[in-house]
Design a protein around this ligand. Structure first.
Ligand code: SF4
Ligand code: SF4
Length: 92
């Protein structure tokens, strides 16, 4: 009983996130670029139908935590954030 409970507490929970940017709804203001503490958003070289260079999410190492700062900052509500929790370790 005690061993089982300890196993549960030994597991670490890692918070993973990802965002989806609606490129067509983006006006390229770059507020999200500055808002992301992990520098995972940049202004792309693509021009959207409105004539703006839109933001793009670049997270090759899976660093996004899903903190939502980018989405909260976006004045055009063009960012959706997805989060999941993964248990890592503790099963040795
Ligand atoms: S959710 Fe947070 S970590 Fe992920 S891209 Fe947005 S600001 Fe960056
Ligand atoms: S804050 Fe919103 S509108 Fe501005 S660049 Fe980022 S996604 Fe585009």
């Amino acid at each position: 009983m005690r061993t089982a409970a300890r196993k549960v507490y030994d597991k670490k929970v890692q918070r993973m996130g990802k965002i989806v940017i609606d490129e067509n709804g983006c006006k390229g203001c770059a507020l999200c670029v500055h808002a992301c503490p992990l520098h995972l958003i940049r202004i792309s070289e693509r021009i959207n139908p409105k004539g703006y260079y839109s933001a793009e999410f670049v997270d090759r190492e899976g660093k996004c935590t899903g903190c939502t700062l980018c989405a909260i900052t976006c004045p055009d509500v063009a960012i959706e954030v997805y989060r999941e929790k993964r248990k890592v370790g503790g099963d040795k």
